[in-house]
Design a protein around this ligand. Structure first.
Ligand code: SF4
Length: 209
């Protein structure tokens, strides 16, 4: 796919998903960080079911820093591993002790927090702070490479190449277009190519036909 076609593909995605946005429910950076840690290998819908009770009991990072794993884990068990609960508490202790109780808004600080990798940090920066950031999750990695928007072996390389391609002010939205496209149309196992607005220009589709 040449540069012009890549730009066209992004325009089509923007038209297809004008409403695309984060599906995790949050009202501040602390809540977004906790919800994003819980969402690893779990659906946003499931996370949204457990977080209201979690945020009611632990309304900020300082409150969460005082939590015990044996109290938090039963509340978030349906979202997966026990390490998520221990990471959330450990991250909030660092936020309390080193950042005055406020989730930091710099990548280098966020990735020092337990349970916060580059993807989670980008999600928090983009959604909670409005700072341009492009998070690469499994959908974004698969769809970007499958369509031909980039050719990358790793999520880091995908982030580098996609942020060169996409205008900075659209990084956050483009992340959501690709997630929605990966969830609803360009599915991992059986992409719905016949229904797809990109079928005339998609590299994968061209190879198939
Ligand atoms: S044409 Fe098929 S492979 Fe290409 S983006 Fe659409 S659904 Fe995915």
């Amino acid at each position: 796919m040449n540069l012009e076609t890549k730009k066209k593909a992004l325009e089509i995605l923007e038209e297809m998903y004008p409403e695309a946005k984060a599906e995790l429910v949050f009202s501040n950076p602390y809540e977004m960080m906790v919800a994003t840690i819980l969402s690893a290998q779990c659906t946003d819908k499931q996370v949204n079911k457990v977080t209201p009770a979690v945020f009611a009991r632990y309304p900020d990072a300082c409150a969460m820093a005082e939590a015990r794993v044996e109290d938090l884990y039963p509340m978030v068990k349906s979202c997966g591993f026990k390490t998520k609960a221990s990471n959330i508490i450990a991250a909030c202790r660092i936020i309390r002790d080193e950042f005055g109780g406020q989730v930091p808004d710099r990548m280098e600080d966020l990735v020092r927090l337990p349970g916060v990798g580059r993807k989670t940090a980008n999600v928090v920066l983009s959604n909670a702070f409005g700072i341009p950031a492009f998070a690469v999750d499994t959908h974004v990695f698969r769809v970007s490479n499958r369509i031909g928007l980039c050719r990358a072996e790793t999520v880091e390389e995908t982030e580098r190449k996609m942020t060169r391609l996409i205008p900075r002010e659209k990084w956050g939205n483009a992340h959501h277009w690709l997630i929605w496209h990966g969830r609803w149309v360009c599915k991992a196992q059986r992409p719905l190519c016949e229904e797809c607005g990109l079928k005339e220009i998609c590299d994968y589709r061209k190879k198939q036909s």
